[in-house]
Write a protein that binds this ligand. Structure first.
Ligand code: 8LQ
Length: 466
């Protein structure tokens, strides 16, 4: 459905007949043809921002850019990159939404926001049209994950400012599935989740990977086998895990369903525009919804397939708070090799490697948090773990604390972690095995890797200054 109108209407009630694709034409079109579609939508989006936002008008005028002169996708590189700090500053100077809110204040249907743990929270004002378009985009992408109207979707995520659970909910509603917005974060709720899962037997699950694994532990403690819940599809966003092969496998063997990685940033909703299909070959970049560039973290030039770059996102159908070239800080690699699903979108076969500011440089090697998790999980650690990097004398040392696993001696587990990390990262580590269940769990996003040297701050300031 190549909508002639921009932005496309989001409120249509179309649901495909049984078919692998929600929109076969767009999802399987030759990439060159899709580039033309993306360009048409990009031009409409830029023109819209120029007419409706003093923020964009001002910054583009200052950069000497006439958005009307953009005539190829390459031309987008003339448009200035936008950083989250700039959004915060704009909202401080022009509260509450900043002048990139392109609709009248009274047309804001929903207010969401960031948690603001690292600075001023960012406010999201969403129009009714955008809310509906996000729902339709998410329904289309969830369809590709194998979710159908006869599924029941358990949403084990907060229903508050955080956009994750809401995005899954409205996508599920639009798809015509049965929604089970269970929530998270209330004391005692995880055990209740287990009991409801056993009783209601939903066929799909949404949350963070950490929380799914936490639910599995609580289930086992309560005498349930999570594989008996009957969940066919588990889809995730918000943190690494679902895209890390050993963690994906752990989730799949624990629950007996497929594990699907999704997620970009709340600002970029529809945040499922990075999302795997049921083949699980890495997140597709759903470029006709959000156009995604991968840029070298230092030169900001495009990188080729297989090279590490920062994901930079541009909305193509947002009328409330469109983001144009938002620098995510997340590192990844793409491939344009075909996916067995038949969709012609590029893919991120390694998921998100980690944020540029979380990348560690240990004894001269670039080490991504996702690679550390892959090695630790592959070593057989099914519980929680923590990684600390410290400087001892002139040397960087990595210390891992993980938990005992039933049926494995602590010594075997320790040796296994040491050898997997050595093989994957070439690093020597010190491993401590803590009692099972002793490390803190989260119902949201985990922070498992911490760098206690000053080095990473130096690296960050270099990255920031470019
Ligand atoms: N982040 C998000 N998804 C990720 C993934 N699949 N793999 C690795 N890191 C991921 C509302 C959605 O869940 C998206 C979301 O979490 O938005 P936030 O709260 O703005 O957080 C965005 C950050 O979460 C990204 O920049 C990634 O670092 C991480």
């Amino acid at each position: 459905m190549l909508a002639a109108r921009w932005p496309p209407p989001g409120d249509d009630s179309f649901i495909p007949a049984e078919n692998p694709y929600w929109d076969p034409e767009i999802e399987t079109m030759p990439p060159e043809e899709r580039a033309q579609l993306v360009l048409r939508k990009l031009k409409a989006q830029l023109a819209y921002c120029a007419s409706n936002s003093d923020f964009y008008r001002g910054r583009w005028a200052a950069a000497g850019i006439d958005p009307g002169s953009i005539s190829s996708l390459d031309d987008i590189r003339r448009v200035p990159i936008l950083r989250k700090e700039e959004l915060r500053t704009e909202q401080t100077e022009h509260p509450p939404f900043g002048r990139y809110l392109c609709i009248p204040r009274d047309k804001v249907l929903r207010i969401h926001g960031t948690s603001g743990t690292t600075g001023r929270p960012t406010a999201f004002g969403v129009s009714q049209g955008d809310w509906q378009r996000i729902a339709t985009a998410h329904a289309r992408i969830m369809w590709a994950a194998g979710i159908r109207p006869n599924d029941t979707i358990f949403i084990g995520s907060f229903f508050g400012l955080y956009w994750g659970g809401w995005g899954a909910l409205i996508g599920a509603e639009r798809l015509g599935a049965t929604c089970f917005p269970f929530g998270a974060g209330v004391p005692g709720q995880t055990l209740q989740a287990v009991e409801w899962l056993a009783q209601m037997r939903p066929t799909a699950f949404y949350g963070t990977p950490s929380y799914a694994l936490r639910i599995a532990e609580v289930a086992r403690d309560a005498g349930y086998d999570p594989a008996d819940f009957g969940i066919r599809v588990l889809f995730f966003s918000g943190e690494p895990g679902a895209g890390i092969p050993a963690t994906k496998q752990l989730i799949e063997s624990t629950f007996g369903g497929i594990c699907i990685d999704m997620g970009s940033m709340a600002e970029m909703s529809p945040w499922m525009s990075n999302a795997e299909c049921h083949e699980r070959t890495g997140m597709h970049l759903w470029d006709d919804l959000v156009y995604t560039e991968l840029l070298d973290p230092v030169t900001e030039e495009p990188v080729g397939p297989g090279e590490v770059g920062v994901l930079v996102y541009t909305h193509l159908e947002r009328d409330s708070q469109p983001m144009i070239r938002l620098w995510s800080g997340d590192l990844s690699r793409y491939t344009d090799e075909p996916c067995p699903c038949g969709r012609t979108y590029r893919r991120l076969p390694d998921g998100l490697l980690g944020r540029a500011d979380d990348m560690l440089v240990i004894r001269g090697e670039n080490v991504y948090p996702a690679a550390i998790e892959e090695a630790i999980r592959a070593a057989g650690c099914s519980g929680e773990f923590r990684v600390t990097v410290v400087r001892q004398g002139a040397l960087d040392e990595m210390k891992v604390r993980t938990e005992a696993v039933a049926g494995h001696s602590d010594n075997d587990l320790r040796n296994s972690v040491v050898s997997h990390l050595k093989k994957k990262l070439g690093l020597r580590v010190e491993v401590e095995i803590a009692p099972a269940g002793s490390l803190e769990r989260t119902e949201f996003k985990s922070r498992r890797v911490s760098d206690e040297r000053t080095m990473s701050q130096d690296v960050q300031s270099i990255l920031d200054s470019r």
